[in-house]
Design a binder for this molecule. Structure first.
Ligand SMILES: [Mg+2]
Length: 427
């Protein structure tokens, strides 16, 4: 089953003829003018894997004010100008009592039958209330292009935009962000690690664990921090660092400075950087007195040191740090999405904005740090985050990705049974 974008015609793909504030179709094929940005929008949606189906009310046919052949000629010209899969027309007026005149969903349903479309995962783009109501009745996500007509507005479209270009952009982002959730609900096997674009880093300081993960080439890099090192009982920082470097080979690994004074931070950073080309030096976003470390970041970046600026939580911090990283040969900005989530805030939209901030500077990549669960890997991927660094415990759950849920349910039942038996409970 494919996904589709159902597109209204007049006012969505082509310029309407507006009289008294209300839109009308062009009278002839020659009068057809494609909306600005429509070709690019349609191409982007097509590349996104959507079937593109035009669903158009043409009541002027029933009213006798437009010849069916002229409507056909307009649609032929439209299909010549835009790569569309189908153009479906309702020629009726209200009095005909058909099931295809929008706001009825008949045209969308016909399109779904003809092209094997899953309506609930599809979109409708329209510029009038009839379009949006039809889209909703068919179970689609609806996008209203508000052209400011002097007529009733649709109630509660999923989003309101100003152009077909904005509509396409919104659909592509929305589809990407909901894909994993929907795939998991409808087809568990569709979720896979190999389809991920986000790079997986392993966050830990246990050398055995690092060695085990280093054997897995899907782990693209490694991070450590003083808290994890302390927990792992590490006493000799340099011995640990050099051993970890031997294990990870040429993959990036981050080691953090622990000084609080800027001069000492600089000294430690240069020392850590001297251990290897693939060392990223972690600099906290501020010192313990909340003074920003921007100057340290700037100076080390000027010297060509690769940094991983860490412990960020806010967008203003990201903006400042990305600015300080100008000219870096390669750097990471670690935003603690998990800690943000711990405060009851949704990190996903914030991380999406942070991606855009990082992309303003070449060679800067965003890390989703402190994930709380395996699902965060898929959320980070959908948000376009470059890297997620997860503890070894979370990475161990990668083996569960795409697991059949019925099978997993049975495993759970067996676990309860086994544990109850092991406990020797009686009632
Ligand atoms: Mg229209």
């Amino acid at each position: 089953m494919r996904r589709a974008v159902f597109l209204d015609r007049d006012g969505v793909l082509n310029e309407p003829v507006v009289r008294d504030g209300r839109p009308h179709p062009p009278a002839t094929a020659d009068a057809l003018v494609i909306c600005e940005g429509a070709l690019r929008a349609v191409q982007a949606l097509r590349e996104g894997g959507f079937a593109l189906i035009v669903v158009s009310n043409q009541p002027d046919i029933a009213r006798g004010t437009a010849a069916p052949a002229e409507v056909d000629a307009i649609n032929e010209r439209l299909r010549g100008l835009l790569p569309l899969d189908d153009v479906l027309v309702c020629p009726h007026d209200d009095a005909d009592g058909c099931d295809c005149r929008k706001p009825k969903p008949g045209l969308l349903r016909r399109g779904a039958r003809l092209h094997q479309i899953d309506l609930t995962r599809s979109y409708l783009v329209g510029d009038r209330w009839r379009d949006i109501e039809a889209g909703k009745a068919a179970g689609c996500t609806t996008i209203f292009i508000d052209r400011g007509y002097a007529e009733r507005a649709p109630s509660a479209p999923d989003v309101r935009v100003a152009s077909i270009a904005q509509a396409a952009e919104w659909i592509i982002t929305h589809a990407r962000n909901t894909m994993h959730v929907l795939d998991a609900a409808t087809d568990p096997a569709a979720v896979s690690v190999s389809a991920l674009k986000v790079k997986l880093f392993a966050d830990g300081a246990d050398l055995d664990g690092i060695a085990k993960l280093a054997a897995d080439r899907s782990i693209a890099g490694f991070t450590t921090n003083p808290t994890l090192m302390h927990k792992a009982g590490i006493g000799d920082y340099e011995a640990f660092g050099r051993r970890a470097l031997e294990i990870v080979g040429d993959r990036p690994i981050s080691f953090e400075v622990f000084a609080d004074e800027q001069a000492e931070m600089l000294r430690q950073a240069r020392k850590l950087a001297s251990w290897g080309e693939n060392v990223y030096v972690k600099i906290p976003v501020s010192d313990t007195k909340a003074a920003p470390t921007d100057e340290v970041v700037r100076e080390l970046t000027r010297d060509g040191v690769r940094l991983n600026v860490t412990a960020l939580m806010t967008e203003s911090q990201v903006r400042r740090v990305v600015d300080a990283l100008a000219g870096t040969p390669g750097a990471y900005v670690s935003v603690f999405a998990g800690r943000i989530a711990d405060t009851g805030r949704d990190p996903v939209p914030m991380m999406r904005r942070n991606v855009a901030l990082c992309e303003s500077q070449p060679n800067v990549e965003l890390i989703w740090a402190s994930p709380r669960e395996l699902l965060n890997v898929f959320q980070a991927d959908a948000a376009g985050v470059h890297v997620i660094t997860a503890t070894h415990d979370i990475l161990a759950k990668l083996s569960l990705v795409g697991k059949d849920l019925a099978e997993y349910s049975l495993d759970t039942v067996k676990m309860f049974h086994r544990d109850a038996a092991a406990a020797g409970f009686t009632l």
